[in-house]
Design a binder for this molecule. Structure first.
Ligand code: DGL
Length: 280
């Protein structure tokens, strides 16, 4: 039995990361938690996001995971230290994974309001490319519209046009999809951008870091090291939500290729979470 990879997000978005973990490491079992009772995270305060991260990571730890992938940029931006303290296992983040892979000097970041306000992407990119111009744009309309399920909704097109405007004006050459919900908008965004602008999904760099980490922990299944394909990665994974399981299973089918079995779970507050709550 190999190590179980834990992933979490506020809802459907982290499935774009889970999908890539399945594609690259099909023998690796995963545990995914979508905190759908509290989606969206991106308009919450830093204190709330940190309290929620403590609860979610504590729950994942209790279920037994060997590695934690932060499949949520908002939690990664505001609560990486909370996750590291709570997880008790190695933690892989999206932001630090993608920053060293960027290659241009004008970089746009589309993100939730909380991620954009935190400046986490700007700091991580400047640590690797000090001279790069970084333009962060908060996109509050995206997550609620994506969770509602109609990716061709005219409001999404309208919002995308508005959010891309400052990035186009600054001549951004790479645009980071700084929220795990946004890769689902890639076709729509690509239609609105010149062909030479590169859309960057941080999940790719994150998942690339996961293989060496699993191998260093001595737990990458042999078949995975040989890059052999395996069937039904989904059947090895457990998918849980804090809200309605049926609705999530239906919506997840378009993202994962088939309808997964989804369990509804209850999280228990942690001491750390209680402390964050009292301070808030
Ligand atoms: N998908 C998450 C992220 O990457 C959270 C989005 C939200 O709930 O606002 O930021």
């Amino acid at each position: 039995m190999s190590l179980r990879v834990g992933l979490f997000d506020s809802g459907l978005g982290g499935l774009t990361v889970l999908r890539q973990v399945h594609e690259h490491y099909p023998h690796t079992p995963c545990l995914y938690l979508g905190d759908t009772a509290r989606v969206p995270y991106g308009e919450r305060s830093a204190e709330e996001i940190r309290m929620i991260a403590a609860e979610v990571v504590h729950w994942l730890r209790l279920q037994g995971i060997g590695v934690l992938v932060m499949a949520c940029n908002t939690s990664n931006a505001l609560a990486l230290d909370v996750a590291v303290a709570e997880a008790g296992v190695p933690v892989v983040g999206l932001i630090d994974s993608v920053a060293p892979t960027l290659t241009s000097n004008r970089i746009g970041v589309l993100a939730t309001p909380a991620t954009a306000a935190s400046g986490a992407y700007r700091r991580a990119i400047h640590a690797c490319r000090p001279k790069a111009e970084v333009v962060e744009v908060a996109c509050p309309a995206f997550v609620p519209l994506i969770e509602a399920g109609d990716l061709e909704h005219p409001d999404l097109q309208q919002a995308a046009t508005t959010y891309l405007q400052p990035l186009l004006e600054r001549g951004c050459e790479e645009i980071v999809l700084g929220c795990t919900h946004y890769p689902l908008l890639e076709p729509l965004l690509a239609r609105l951008l010149p062909t030479d602008v590169v859309l960057v999904d941080p999940a790719r760099a994150t998942v690339a870091r996961l293989g060496p980490l699993l191998a260093s922990l001595g737990d990458l299944p042999e078949a995975e090291q040989l890059q052999q394909a395996a069937p039904a990665a989904l059947s090895q994974s457990r998918i849980c939500v804090t809200g309605c399981a049926e609705g999530f299973a239906r919506a997840a089918a378009c993202w994962l290729g088939s309808e997964p079995l989804v369990e509804q779970v209850r999280l228990c507050p942690t001491l750390r979470g209680d402390r964050q709550r009292q301070q808030a």
